[in-house]
Design a protein around this ligand. Structure first.
Ligand SMILES: Nc1ncnc2c1ncn2[C@@H]1O[C@H](COP(=O)(O)OP(=O)(O)OP(=O)(O)O)[C@@H](O)[C@H]1O
Length: 222
């Protein structure tokens, strides 16, 4: 039977120390689409991604992947997650990391010059931005259908940001992304639709005006 390949989470509710961070949040993503998640500092973007992946246990949530109810996202084997901080251990070589995360789409990674030139290097020898770029690529071409990216662009120079956007665009043919970053222009560029987290709730964003209306972007005077 045909069914929509979709990650779906709703009713996400979470408090930290009596403070409600997420209050009935809904977000979904389907194969073929990139969903951009925007929000002010502290609005709960990282918490939401951790709840989907399963590394933070929500007070309440309802998560479904491909019509199946899931408790911890990572246990389903269907989700890859780029956390805000580096996650590949220092002593792992690039080639080893590729073997761990990327088998189906390895050939796409091996078309990238910076990758093929440095396969035998350990992660500790790359600069902060270089290792971030490589970690992003590992997740973009990972073996799962659903990919969560928390601040993929933040440490990267403009050329690498553009390169990552091209890879996300290519990989979305066979995958689905939820991606958050404060480089909102890059998020808007690469996303098919935008969701804003604000005051614990999710808002559908149709235009830059909506981002101003909800207090994410400043009013400009011109
Ligand atoms: N482990 C924790 N214990 C207590 N409070 C936490 C914890 N993790 C996050 N918070 C609080 O929850 C709120 C949401 O944090 P979160 O990191 O999800 O926000 P964010 O939208 O990703 O922010 P940023 O854009 O600054 O990374 C913040 O007020 C933060 O202080």
């Amino acid at each position: 039977m045909f069914y929509m390949q979709e990650l779906f989470i709703d009713s996400v509710t979470h408090k930290f120390n009596q403070q409600t961070i997420l209050n009935g949040v809904f977000i979904n993503c389907k194969i073929g689409e990139v969903v951009g998640l925007l929000g002010r500092n502290g609005s709960g973007k990282s918490t939401l991604l951790k709840i989907i992946f399963g590394s933070t246990a929500a007070d309440f949530k309802f998560l479904k992947i491909n019509e199946k109810i899931i408790d911890k996202g990572y246990r389903s084997g269907e989700i890859s997650y780029l956390p805000q901080d580096n996650f590949v251990p220092n002593n792992v070589k690039l080639m080893q990391a590729i073997d761990i995360f990327c088998n189906q789409h390895k050939e796409e990674l091996l078309k990238i010059r910076f990758v093929t030139d440095h396969l035998q290097r350990k992660f500790r020898t790359f600069s902060g931005g270089e290792s971030r770029f490589l970690e992003c690529l590992l997740m973009i071409y990972s073996d799962t259908k659903f990919v969560l990216l928390d601040e993929p662009f933040s440490q990267l120079a403009p050329l690498l940001i553009e390169e990552l956007k091209l890879h996300i665009n290519f990989a979305k043919q066979f995958k689905s992304f939820i991606i958050t970053d404060h480089y909102h222009r890059s998020i808007i560029d690469v996303s098919d639709r935008i969701v804003l987290l604000h005051n614990g709730c999710n808002y559908k964003i149709e235009s830059v005006d909506d981002l101003i209306l909800h207090g994410y972007l400043p009013h400009t005077k011109n």
